[in-house]
Ligand binder design. Structure first.
Ligand SMILES: [Zn+2]
Length: 64
């Protein structure tokens, strides 16, 4: 199979998420190596998992 011109199965993505506490939207890296906190109110938005983060809020959009 030829995948010329395509990036096959990127392992990492960015997610657009919204802070449930203050409504601030920000992008998080799917493979962030530390906890993700809201840049506005410092609420914890995601924890680190084995290979990707575990979000505590809904994903608004996946940015690839
Ligand atoms: Zn917030």
């Amino acid at each position: 199979m030829s995948n010329a011109g395509l990036i096959p199965n990127p392992k990492t993505k960015f997610y657009r998420i919204k802070c449930p506490a203050c409504g601030n939207e920000q992008n998080v890296f799917s493979a962030a190596s530390s906890k993700v906190r809201c840049v506005a109110c410092n609420s914890e938005l995601a924890q680190t998992g084995a290979s990707k983060i575990i979000l505590k809020t809904k994903i608004l959009k996946v940015l690839e």
